[in-house]
Ligand binder design. Structure first.
Ligand code: ADP
Ligand code: MG
Length: 727
C-alpha cells in the first residue's frame, strides 16, 4: 500500500505537475482504480476533474466522461492531451465533422484514447452506442451529476438515460461527481445511476471565507449596487440577474456610472461572450452582469464579490453562484437583494409548466425565501440545506451573526407544531401545518376535514408569520426532518418525539421583515440621500421668478418632483441636470435651465456641500418598449385610439402612458389627433386655462371646465400644453 501511495503521488507529479493531492482526491482515485462505484461531493474548484482524469491515465481502456458543458470539453481535452505521451483524450459532440469523428474512433479502437468526453445527447445517439460497444471501457464518470435530479438546480432529462445506455455499451464502474447536492438529490443520483452502494466522498460545503448578506431590495437597488461597487473599486465581481433584459439594463447603468462592466448572457454572440470572459480574466473589466449562464468553468480565483440582483430560484443555484467568490480563500462578499415581490414574479413564471415541475419549483423557491428571511446564521441555514450540521453558535461572517437578534422562547409553539404534525400522521408539508395550527380553513384543509380536528387552530394565539421560523428552526435543531422520498413532508425525529413527551427550552429568532413591494418600501426608509429644504425653497423661488418672466405657470418650468430631486442630488452642470426626473433634452435646452444649475453650484460652494459623487447615480434612458412604440406611432401620426387598440390598452391607459412620456421631458406632437377629434374652441379654452393656472392638477381643471369639456379632452390638451411649453 505504501508503495502504491508513492506511485500515485508520482503519477500526480508526472502527469499534472502537482506535489500533493487536494482533499479526498487520493482516496477517490484509489477507489476508482479498485474498480468500485464512487460518489464524489466536492465544492466547485475542489479538484473533481482530477479524480477521474488521473485514474483514466493509469488504467487500461477508455474512460467515458459525461459532462453537459460542451464548451469546456475542448479545453479539458487539450490539457490532458498535452500531459501524456502514452495516451490521449478526445471529445465527441455535435461540433465535430466526419473526419474528426473517424479519427476519434480509430484512436479509441487502437486503445490510445484514455479519456473520452461526451455530452449526454451524443452518448444517447444510437450510432455512438453501437460504436462504443466495441471499445474497452475502463469506467464511466458522470460530471455535474446533479443534472440527474429534478430537485437539483440544473435538471437535464437526457441525464436520466445514462444508466440504460451504460448497460448497453458495457458495464464498468461509475464515478459520479457534483458540487451541490441535497440529501434528496444525492439519493436521486445514486438510485438513477444504480450505484446505491457507491463509496461516498463528501467534502464540507462550508466556505468560511465567504460573507453572506441579504439586503432588502428597494427602488434604490441600482444605487445601492453602484455604491457597493465604488466602495470596492478595482475589485472583480459578478452580478447575477434572472433576465437577459435586466442584465443589459444594469450593465448600461453601471457603465454610465464609470464602472468597467459588461453584460453576459446566453443570447449574446459567442465571440462576444468569450471576449467578455477574457476581459474579465485579464481585468480589463471589473464587473460582469450575467444570467446564471456565466461562471461555469470560469476559474478566476480572486472574484471579490457576487451580488444577486434577483433572488435565485434555488439554494443550489445560490450556493453555486456565490461559490464563485473568493476561490483563493480571500475575501468573498455575497450580497443578495431580496423582495417578496420577486418571489411572486417567479411563482407566476411557473404557472405554465407541468404541475409536477411547478410543485418542485415552488418548494425550491420556498427554501430560498426561508433563507432570505431568516435571522438564523446564514451559514448554518445553507449547510443544513445540504445536509451538513454547523455547530458554531456564531460564524462571525454573515449579516445575521454580525447583528444577532434576541432570541425568544418558543417551547410552547414547538409543542403545538410537533403535536400537530404527529396528529396528522406526518403526512403534510410546512404550509399545511401552518394553516392547520393557525386555524385557517383552506380548501385543502376542508378536503381533509381537518377543520374538525381537536388540534385545529391550536396555535391561533400567535400570528402566522411566527410559525415559519418555528418550523424551520426546529428542522435545524433536529426535532423535525423533511422526508427524502416524498420531499417536503414533515416528520418527527426521535429528538422531536422526545421533546413532545418531555418539553425542554426551545428558543428561536424571529424572521427579518421584508416589505412585499419594493416600490413603497423606500418611503419609510427615506432613501440614501436627503432633501435639502433650504435649497428646495431657493429653487422654488427661482422657478416663480422665471415663471413670471416667461408668463408660464411654475410647473411648466419644472415640476415639484424635479425641484425636489435637484435639492437632493445637486446637479451642477446641464449634463447632470439631465439625470433629474422629468428633465429631458428639450428642458435642458431651455434658456432658464442654466440659471438653476448655477444657483445650485453657487449654493454648494457657499455652504461647502460635498456631494457624494458615488451616490449620484446616472440613469440611462430606459424607456419601456411600450413607450418607445407609442412614441413611434405618434410620430407616424396614427390615431391615439388606434394605438391603444394595437397595444391592447384602454384609451385611459394610453393617456397615462403618453402623460408619463411628456412629463418625463419628451416632446410629442399630437395636434393631428386633436384636430381630428376636438373642435378648435375647446382646444383653445383648455390650453388657455392651463397657461393661466397655478397648477396642472386634473381635478382642478375638471372643476373649472367640466361643464363644456370631457376629462379625456382636458387630458389631451394638457398633454399638448406640457409638451409644447415644458419640453
Ligand atoms: P472542480 O471540477 O471540482 O470545480 P477542477 O477539477 O476544475 O475543480 O479543479 C479546480 C482547480 O484546481 C484546477 O485549476 C486544477 O488544476 C486545480 N487542482 C486540482 N487538483 C489539484 C492538486 N492536487 N493540486 C493543485 N491544484 C489542483
Ligand atoms: Mg468540474
Amino acid at each position: 500500500m505504501a508503495n502504491n501511495k508513492q506511485n500515485l503521488t508520482e503519477a500526480l507529479k508526472k502527469y499534472f505537475g502537482f506535489d500533493k493531492f487536494k482533499g479526498d482526491q487520493e482516496a477517490i482515485v484509489q477507489n476508482v482504480l479498485d474498480g468500485k462505484d464512487t460518489f464524489v461531493l466536492m465544492p466547485t474548484g475542489g479538484g473533481k476533474s482530477l479524480c477521474y482524469q488521473l485514474p483514466s491515465l493509469l488504467m487500461e481502456g477508455t474512460a467515458i466522461v459525461i459532462s453537459p458543458l460542451i464548451a469546456l470539453m475542448k479545453n479539458q481535452v487539450d490539457i490532458i492531451s498535452s500531459m501524456s505521451d502514452e495516451g490521449t483524450a478526445h471529445y465527441l459532440n455535435s461540433s465535430l465533422n466526419k473526419a474528426a469523428i473517424d479519427q476519434v474512433k480509430a484512436d479509441i479502437l487502437a486503445g490510445r484514447t484514455k479519456l473520452l468526453y461526451v455530452a449526454p445527447e451524443s452518448l444517447t445517439k444510437e450510432e455512438n452506442v453501437e460504436f462504443l460497444k466495441q471499445a474497452k471501457i475502463s469506467f464511466y464518470a458522470v460530471d455535474e451529476a446533479h443534472c440527474i435530479s429534478e430537485w437539483g438546480h440544473d435538471f437535464r432529462p437526457e441525464y436520466r438515460r445514462i444508466r440504460p445506455i451504460i448497460n448497453e455499451i458495457g458495464v464498468a464502474p461509475v464515478i459520479a461527481l457534483t458540487a451541490t447536492a441535497t440529501d434528496k438529490v444525492r439519493t436521486d443520483i445514486k438510485k438513477n445511476l444504480g450505484i446505491l452502494d457507491a463509496v461516498e466522498f463528501k467534502s464540507s460545503f462550508n466556505r468560511p471565507n465567504l460573507y453572506y448578506e441579504v439586503r432588502p431590495k428597494t427602488r434604490e437597488v441600482d444605487k445601492d449596487i453602484i455604491k457597493f461597487i465604488k466602495q470596492h473599486s478595482g475589485k472583480s465581481g459578478i452580478i447575477y440577474c434572472l433576465s437577459r433584459k435586466k442584465v443589459e439594463e444594469l450593465a448600461e447603468i453601471l457603465k454610465a456610472n464609470d464602472i468597467r462592466a459588461a453584460a453576459y448572457h446566453a443570447g449574446l454572440e459567442s465571440a462576444l461572450r468569450s471576449q467578455t470572459q477574457d476581459d474579465f480574466l485579464m481585468e480589463r473589466i471589473d464587473v460582469i452582469v450575467a444570467t446564471i449562464a456565466f461562471g461555469m468553468g470560469i476559474d478566476k480565483p480572486d472574484v471579490r464579490f457576487v451580488i444577486h440582483y434577483d433572488i435565485p430560484k434555488s439554494l443550489e443555484g445560490y450556493y453555486q453562484e456565490t461559490g464563485r467568490a473568493g476561490r483563493d480563500g480571500g475575501e468573498g462578499l455575497c450580497i443578495t437583494f431580496y423582495a417578496q415581490k420577486d418571489l411572486q414574479k417567479l411563482d407566476k413564471f411557473m404557472e405554465g409548466k407541468p404541475v409536477a415541475e411547478q410543485d418542485i419549483g415552488r418548494q425550491l423557491l420556498a427554501e430560498t425565501a426561508a433563507y432570505a428571511e431568516t435571522s438564523v446564521c446564514r451559514r448554518k441555514m445553507l449547510l443544513h440545506y445540504f445536509g451538513e450540521e454547523y455547530t458554531q453558535e456564531n460564524c462571525h461572517n454573515c449579516d445575521n451573526c454580525l447583528h444577532p437578534k434576541t432570541k425568544i422562547d418558543a417551547e410552547k409553539q414547538l409543542v403545538i407544531v410537533l403535536g400537530a404534525i404527529q396528529a396528522l400522521k406526518e403526512n403534510f408539508r410546512s404550509d399545511y401545518i401552518v394553516d392547520f395550527v393557525i386555524g385557517r380553513e383552506t380548501e385543502e384543509i376542508l378536503a381533509h376535514k381537518h377543520q374538525n380536528h381537536e388540534l385545529f387552530g391550536a396555535g391561533e394565539d400567535y400570528e402566522e408569520k411566527h410559525w415559519n421560523p418555528v418550523i424551520r428552526q426546529a428542522l435545524i435543531a433536529g426535532y423535525l426532518k423533511k422526508d427524502v422520498e416524498n420531499y417536503g413532508l414533515l416528520k418527527l425525529t426521535s429528538a422531536g418525539k422526545k421533546f413532545l413527551k418531555n418539553p425542554t427550552t426551545f428558543q428561536i429568532v424571529e424572521d427579518n421583515e421584508f416589505a412585499e413591494d419594493y416600490e413603497s418600501s423606500t418611503e419609510h426608509e427615506g432613501g440614501t440621500s436627503a432633501l435639502d429644504p433650504t435649497l428646495s425653497a431657493m429653487l422654488k423661488d427661482l422657478r416663480k421668478k422665471v415663471s413670471r418672466q416667461l408668463d408660464r405657470p411654475p410647473y411648466v418650468i419644472f415640476q415639484d418632483v424635479s425641484i425636489e430631486q435637484m435639492a437632493t442630488d445637486y446637479p451642477m452642470t446641464l449634463e447632470e441636470l439631465k439625470n433629474i426626473q422629468g428633465v429631458g433634452e428639450g428642458k435642458v435646452k431651455q434658456p432658464y435651465a442654466k440659471a438653476f444649475v448655477d444657483l445650485i453650484k453657487q449654493y454648494c460652494e457657499e455652504n461647502e456641500i460635498v456631494r457624494h459623487a458615488d451616490l449620484r447615480v446616472r440613469t440611462v434612458a430606459k424607456k419601456s418598449i411600450l413607450k418607445v412604440k407609442i412614441i413611434q406611432a405618434i410620430d407616424r401620426q396614427i390615431a391615439l385610439d388606434d394605438i391603444a387598440t394595437a397595444q391592447g390598452l384602454e384609451f385611459e391607459e394610453l393617456l397615462d402612458e403618453v402623460e408619463a412620456i411628456v412629463y418625463s421631458g419628451t416632446k410629442l406632437n399630437i395636434d393631428y389627433f386633436l384636430d381630428e377629434v376636438m373642435d378648435e374652441d375647446h382646444i383653445d379654452d383648455i390650453y388657455d386655462y392651463f397657461a393661466d393656472s397655478e397648477t396642472d392638477s386634473l381635478e382642478a381643471a375638471i372643476d373649472e371646465l367640466g361643464q363644456e369639456c370631457s376629462e379625456d379632452e382636458i387630458r389631451l390638451v394638457r398633454i399638448k400644453f406640457i409638451s409644447e411649453m415644458a419640453n
